[in-house]
Design a protein around this ligand. Sequence first.
Ligand SMILES: Nc1ncnc2c1ncn2[C@@H]1O[C@H](COP(=O)(O)OP(=O)(O)OP(=O)(O)O)[C@@H](O)[C@H]1O
Length: 257
Amino acid sequence: MIQAVPNIILHAADIQKNFGGLRALSDIDLQIEEGKTHAIIGPNGAGKSTLLNVIIGRLPPSSGAVIFDGAVLTGKAPHEINQLGISRVFQTPEIFPDLSVLQNVMAPAFARRDGAFKANMFRSVDSEVEIRDEALSLLEDIGLVDRLDHTAGALSRGDKRRLELAMCLIQRPRLLLLDEPTAGMSRHDTNTTIDLLKKIKSRGMTKVIIEHDMHVVFSLADKISVLAQGRIIATGLPQEIKEDPRVKEAYLGGSVE
Ligand SMILES: Nc1ncnc2c1ncn2[C@@H]1O[C@H](COP(=O)(O)OP(=O)(O)OP(=O)(O)O)[C@@H](O)[C@H]1O
């Protein structure tokens, strides 16, 4: 067991990741403060998704370690990392397409309660009043409560993404990782999602968010790290990042306003 640093819930320490001859991540040292929203930004191919995949155990680092609340995650399977309290919203939503919207949100709550999914989990669904109420409240938050009995597979891509977010939230993770949570959404849906993520923040959940949309980043982030060519070139408060010449250069004239 490694000593937990106060307020730091996650520490990716000295991470390198190689794909054959390509070094995708170099000398990564990322510290995430509990209860905060930490955005990771950077140009295409900078290594953002690779870093997220290393954190959630989908990719082993070539060297270095990821520490969550004093426990080393490196070497653990993704489901073990999930059980420790880390959830991730994917770029491509991972939902149960044949189940209803409500059943999709309730399913992870049964897993949370029982420690595993069960084949008969919906048999006594009506007696699971608390789980149902929690799911309905989340569906209200994401604006899907009027479609709770629709088949999830028939939802639009943006709605599927918000559904997946509700499926993560009902697990009550301590750390939520969001990989471009508003990609492909209309401006209206993006703003609904920003409002929802602000609401979660008031509940004290820690979030790491990868995002290209600077409106989303600057609406939500307490802290921002900038990745370029596999290295963190800057970490700071949003205003510091906006004014950092290294960041402007990494975007090659692109705007971080
Ligand atoms: N499984 C893989 N095998 C080989 N190379 C990979 C693999 N995954 C990513 N890469 C390479 O690693 C580098 C970082 O990719 P990554 O997807 O992490 O970047 P990103 O910052 O998430 O990009 P984007 O913003 O476009 O999603 C890129 O050069 C990419 O081609």
